[in-house]
Design a protein around this ligand. Structure first.
Ligand code: PLP
Length: 395
């Protein structure tokens, strides 16, 4: 019964989701407070109060058939215009509603984009470590994901390896900054270098290469680090934004694509992406949530809470002898495994009721990802367990 393309997905179900299920199982045995689940990137910071107020306000003030009705497949015009103007005010861009396509989160935004631009056999480049779903999204349209090996020195992209992999079949390159799973933010110099390679390659090869900026963590940056706006660096850029993390709304499924005027064939790409949104079955992004984000353009999740978690966990793990770089953004620590086989390390952690995700789930074995979007108290409670793991390894 199952289609051939689905069979590998059944066999390699997400390790992250499996860990999450394991966490629930352990919690039943040991009690939730004695299980330290760092597996899932599910924000624990509540949505800002503006969100609930907006929902109530919309239900009270706007007409029910309008709020719950269909609209253009690309989303409400007033919502798209408001988002465009908000981006312009923040980043000095010149977007208008014709550049903004409302999506069912970043996952859906990427699928809409790949449905729009990928022909069978086209290649899409990603930098390891990367969010493993990218491979599934690309394969949905019979494209091929090509992976730039990780640069474990600082997890900035390896530009030489990248340039060598850009070829005649390259249709798109995905970047994700702030990054899941490393927390690295690409600097102005990094983005300039990526744009330089792509501009040169487009000229040499006579092709068009789309830079896809996957940005669910844009608002989560610490220590005043700036997250540069990618459309300023390279014309053929599409931004894939999500409110899942920035407003702590992952279950509500709301985000947007920015398809700038500077993108080659921008208007027809926008028209095709609108149709892709429809024929993929999304039809349109959730109506109520579109109206909510329009009322919450300046609202922010409590980034300071994540920052507090980051500082506590990072300094404790360093003190215990673990090796990792300090993340500048997102809510993940990417820690080097004390033994080569990081899955064995995950098993040792699990013995101490600590759940972390193996780096091989991000195409970067030898490391594990720790999601610190949990309560501060969970981190405090988990520290003796991390210390015991470090002692077990003689760190
Ligand atoms: N891209 C990255 C790097 C992510 O980490 C996630 C979710 O964790 C997504 C995309 C999907 O986000 P959304 O909930 O908006 O679909």
């Amino acid at each position: 019964m199952i289609a051939e393309k689905m069979k590998p997905l059944l066999q390699n179900n997400s390790a992250i989701r499996e860990m999450f299920e394991e966490g629930k199982r352990l919690a039943k045995i040991y009690g939730a407070e004695n299980v330290y689940d760092f597996s899932l990137g599910n924000p624990n910071v509540p949505a800002p109060p503006e969100v609930d107020a907006a929902i109530r306000g919309i239900l009270d003030e706007e007409e029910s058939t309008f709020v719950h009705g269909y609209m253009s497949n690309s989303g409400y015009e007033d919502v798209r215009e408001a988002i465009a103007q908000s981006l312009n005010a923040r980043f000095g861009t010149a977007f208008h509603q014709g550049n903004i396509l409302m999506t069912v989160g970043a996952a859906s935004g990427m699928n809409v984009l790949f449905k729009t631009i990928i022909n069978p056999g086209d290649e899409v480049i990603a930098f390891a470590p990367y969010f493993l779903e990218y491979g599934n999204y690309v394969r949905n349209y019979d494209g091929k994901l090509v992976v730039v090996p990780p640069n474990t020195a600082d997890f900035q992209p390896d530009m030489k390896a990248f340039e060598a992999l850009v070829g005649g079949k390259t249709k798109a390159v995905i970047i994700n900054t702030p990054n899941n799973p490393t927390g690295v933010v690409y600097s102005d110099a990094t983005l300039t270098a990526i744009a330089g390679v792509l501009t040169r390659k487009q000229q040499e090869l006579g092709t068009d290469i789309v830079l896809v900026s996957d940005e669910p963590y844009r608002e989560l940056a610490y220590d005043g680090v700036e997250v540069p706006y990618v459309t300023k660096y390279y014309a053929n850029t599409v931004v894939c934004y999500s409110y899942s993390k920035s407003l702590s709304l992952p279950g509500e499924r709301i985000g947007y694509l920015v398809i700038p005027d500077e993108l080659k064939d921008s208007e027809s790409v926008f028209a095709a992406a609108t149709i892709a949104n429809r024929v993929l079955g999304c039809v349109n992004a959730p109506s109520l949530m579109q109206r909510v984000v329009m009322r919450c353009l300046n609202a922010k999740a409590n980034v300071a809470a994540y920052d507090r978690n980051r500082n506590l966990l990072y300094s404790a793990l360093k003190e215990y002898g673990f090796n990792c770089i300090k993340p500048q953004g997102a809510f993940y620590l990417f820690v080097q495994s004390p033994e080569a086989d990081e899955k064995a390390f995950c098993a040792v952690c699990k013995k101490h009721n600590i759940l972390v995700v193996p780096g091989s789930s991000f195409a970067c074995p030898g490391y594990v990802r720790i999601s610190y979007c949990v309560s501060y108290e969970q981190i405090e409670r988990s520290l003796p367990a991390f210390k015991a793991v470090a002692e077990e390894y003689g760190l």
